[in-house]
Design a protein around this ligand. Structure first.
Ligand SMILES: [Fe+2]
Length: 349
């Protein structure tokens, strides 16, 4: 599939779309990046606490990688896993406007957003909280689905991950169930901000992350995903500010640390007929500031580790097999057909 086919997509997407030459793709169907936890923020907002060190520089580095610089092959599109802006200010529009000017308007491929808790003040299901996000990305970008190359992508809002089961989470779970049934016979990537399972030893992660939303607390969404485990290839998330990969009941759960802090990663995924190759990309050393580590010093007086990550570097960056991995695609997880051109919107309701 060529990039020109991507830009002729039937899915209406924001941002400039400029076709460029595409290298030989062999049997690969497409390549995409997941961006999360960039936490970019408008400059000069009075009274705001300091942001993550070098967050803007690292976001620009990720943009440059999407432009094909830094020896990284550019993607066909970029999907968010949330918290692209820092938010948590009175006027979220300011950060979204900065994001559009500094990053998205310069991105030559489609960008598919996903709500993070910093983009609506943990406001899943709360009237008015998501207005600025909607204004930036347009309607229909909270919970939606699209397809590419015979593979479906379901994007879900878990900005209310801290909620115990209630009407909001039950509505989320019901929507996911209907969407997966409607998607039917295509393999699926689920994009959502908060992991559905503990990505480190649970008791340790609860402490080191320090917020109740270290996973989606209503397990109903995980139940829905696992009921469709024959088709769900991977759950792609962010939020934890650490990089991890865990396979549970045949579903890969992959989270990238995001670019804002320490670690500073984004992830690329190359989708082939028989596998998905996953690679974490580490930001340049000069912007790796331990001041952005939320799982150790200086936030705490010690650095966290767990039984499978005996050093703190491994705890936050992941073991080698969490940073580069290949997911085998068999039976219902194999892409369908020869793959439609470009991105296509799918109905989720
Ligand atoms: Fe978050």
């Amino acid at each position: 599939m060529t990039r020109r086919q991507f830009v002729s997509s039937a899915l209406s997407l924001p941002g400039a779309l400029t076709p460029v030459a595409t290298p030989n793709r062999c049997e690969r169907r497409f390549r995409f990046f997941v961006w999360n936890d960039m936490h970019v923020r408008a400059q000069g907002v009075a009274g705001r606490p300091p942001g993550y060190p070098c967050a803007e520089e690292k976001a620009r580095w990720a943009l440059e990688c999407a432009l094909g610089l830094h020896d990284i092959e550019p993607p066909d599109f970029v999907v968010s896993a949330g918290d692209i802006i820092d938010g948590e200010l009175e006027d979220f529009d300011q950060d979204f406007r900065h994001l559009r000017t500094a990053i998205l308007d310069r991105l030559p491929v489609p960008f598919l957003p996903c709500l993070g808790n910093h983009e609506n003040a943990q406001g899943e299901g709360i009237e008015g909280r998501t207005d600025a996000y909607d204004c930036c990305f347009g309607p229909g970008r909270r919970n939606y689905a699209f397809a590419c190359g015979g593979v479906a992508f379901l994007v879900l809002d878990t900005s209310g991950a801290h909620r115990q089961p209630d009407d909001v989470t039950r509505a989320r779970n019901a929507l996911a169930r209907r969407a997966l049934e409607r998607i039917g016979n295509m393999p699926v990537f689920l994009l959502t901000h908060v992991p559905l399972i503990p990505m480190r030893d649970e008791a340790v992660l609860k402490e080191s992350f320090g917020f109740s939303s270290y996973k989606v607390l209503d397990a109903g969404l995980l139940d829905v995903v696992e009921a469709h485990s024959e088709a769900v290839v991977a759950v792609l998330t962010g939020h934890l500010h650490l990089t991890a990969a865990v396979t549970r009941r045949g579903v890969a759960h992959i989270t990238s640390g995001g670019t804002c802090g320490y670690p500073a990663d984004f992830v690329s995924l190359d989708v082939f007929d028989d596998r998905v190759d996953v690679a974490m990309h580490r930001a340049p050393e000069r912007w790796l500031d331990r001041g952005g580590d939320i799982h150790g010093f200086p936030r705490y007086d010690h650095d966290y580790t767990d039984a499978s990550h005996l050093g703190h570097e491994e705890y936050v960056w992941g073991n080698p097999d969490e940073r580069t991995l290949s997911i085998r695609l068999e039976r219902a997880k194999r892409p369908r057909g020869t793959g439609p051109a470009g991105l296509q919107a799918l109905r989720v309701e």
